[in-house]
Design a protein. Structure first.
Length: 361
C-alpha cells in the first residue's frame, strides 16, 4: 500500500506576490539628493522592490501634484522628503488613495515625525522604514477656511491648525534666520509677535453644540500635542484617538504667558505621564487630571468637529505653515484616515522607542 505522501496530489506553489513600488517626493532645497538616492537604491535592492519613482517639488507646488503622479503610477508607498509643508502636501493626496505615507524628515519642525514616531536626523533608519517598516493608521484633519473676501479653501492637516499668536509668530519668522538656527528662529519671532499680541474675539461650536463667545490670544486645534524641544501643548492628544484636542490661550499679562510656557515645557508632560499610569486610569485619577488641566490662562476642549467665526480676520497656520488671514474655519477629524509607515520592531531607534513607550504609558 502506498503511503499518503506517495498518493497525495502535488500542491501548486503559492503565488509569488508582485514586487512593491516606492515613490519619493523630495524638496531639492532640503535634501542631499545623491546621498538619498544611494541609500534608497541600496535598501530597494535588498527588499526586491521595483525601481523607485522620483518626483521633485517646486516653488509653485510643494508636493501635491507630484504625489498625485505617484498614485497614478501605482506607488504602494510614497515618501515625503522635506519639511512639514512637503509632508502635508503629500499627505493631502495619499490619504484619499490606497498608498501609505513614509517620512524622510529634513525640515525644521518635523512635527509629524516626532509624534508618530519616526526617525529624525537618521537617513538610514528613515529609508529602512520605507522598505522594512510596518503600516499604522492615524487620524487626519481637514479644515475649510473662509477668507475675508468670502472665498473658501480646504486643506488637510496632520499636526495642528490655529490662529492668533502662534500664526502671527510663524508669519513673522525670518526665513534666513530659520536656515541658520532652525527652530530657535521661532523664539526671535515670538518675542517680536508678543509686542503686539492683541487678543481677538470669536464664536465657536464643538460637535454642533451650543455657541460660545470667547476673547483669546491664541486658538489651536490639534491632532497631536508634542512640539519642538519636547514641549507638550496638548497633554491629552493622541494621533489615533478619533478626536481633536483644542486649546484656547487667555493669558493676563506677561506672567500669564510665563504660566503657559511652564505648562507646555514641564507640567503637561508630567500630566500626560500621570494620565497613562495605573492611578491615572482610575476614576479618582481622571478627576485629578481634569482638575489639574483647567486654569485661567488655558481652556481645553475635545471633539470631532470644531467651527469658529472671528470678529475680525486674523492670520491662520496649518502644520507650521502660515496660510494667510481667515474670517472663519471649520475643522473635522477623519479617524484612521491615513496609513503611515513606521519602523518595525527590529529597526526601531532609541528615540522612536522612547516616544512609543510614552504613548503606551
Amino acid at each position: 500500500m502506498s503511503s499518503p505522501s506517495e498518493t497525495a496530489p502535488a500542491q501548486p506553489d503559492a503565488p509569488t506576490p508582485d514586487p512593491r513600488t516606492a515613490a519619493v517626493v523630495y524638496n531639492p532645497v532640503k535634501v542631499d539628493l545623491a546621498s538619498l538616492k544611494e541609500t534608497v537604491e541600496r535598501y530597494r535592492r535588498e527588499a526586491g522592490w521595483n525601481e523607485t519613482l522620483w518626483f521633485e517639488t517646486s516653488e509653485e507646488d510643494p508636493g501635491g501634484g507630484m504625489a498625485r503622479e505617484a498614485v497614478a503610477a501605482g506607488a504602494d508607498v510614497i515618501a515625503a522628503a522635506g519639511g512639514d509643508g512637503t509632508v502635508r502636501a503629500v499627505a493631502e493626496v495619499v490619504w484619499e488613495s490606497e498608498a501609505a505615507l513614509a517620512l524622510l524628515p529634513s525640515g525644521t519642525g518635523n512635527l509629524l515625525a516626532r509624534n508618530i514616531p519616526a526617525p529624525i536626523d537618521d537617513l538610514e533608519a528613515s529609508v529602512r522604514t520605507i522598505f522594512r517598516g510596518e503600516d499604522r493608521t492615524i487620524d487626519i484633519g481637514t479644515v475649510g477656511v473662509e477668507r475675508p473676501d468670502g472665498s473658501r479653501e480646504r486643506f488637510g492637516f496632520l499636526v495642528m491648525a490655529g490662529l492668533g499668536l502662534d500664526a502671527r509668530m510663524l508669519a513673522n519668522t525670518k526665513p534666513e534666520l530659520k536656515k541658520k538656527v532652525g527652530w530657535l528662529a521661532y523664539v526671535d519671532s515670538l518675542v517680536r509677535s508678543l509686542r503686539d499680541a492683541d487678543a481677538f474675539d470669536f464664536r465657536y461650536r464643538v460637535d454642533g453644540g451650543s455657541t460660545h463667545t470667547v476673547r483669546a490670544h491664541s486658538l489651536i486645534v490639534g491632532n497631536c500635542g508634542t512640539l519642538q524641544a519636547g514641549a507638550t501643548l496638548l497633554p491629552d492628544a493622541e494621533i489615533d484617538d478619533g478626536v481633536f484636542d483644542v486649546v484656547v490661550m487667555r493669558p493676563r499679562g506677561f506672567f500669564g504667558w510665563v504660566r503657559i510656557a511652564a505648562r507646555m515645557l514641564w507640567e503637561n508632560a508630567i500630566l500626560r505621564s500621570f494620565r497613562r499610569s495605573a492611578l491615572g486610569r482610575t476614576a479618582v485619577g481622571r478627576r485629578i487630571t481634569s482638575l489639574a488641566r483647567e486654569e485661567r490662562p488655558l481652556r481645553y476642549l475635545r471633539g470631532q468637529e470644531f467651527t469658529a467665526r472671528l470678529e475680525r480676520p486674523d492670520e491662520f497656520e496649518i502644520d507650521g505653515d502660515p496660510v494667510g488671514e481667515v474670517s472663519a474655519f471649520k475643522a473635522e477629524i477623519h479617524e484612521g484616515g491615513l496609513r503611515v509607515r513606521v519602523a518595525g520592531p527590529r529597526d526601531e531607534t532609541r528615540s522612536t522607542r522612547q516616544v512609543r513607550a510614552a504613548h503606551r504609558g
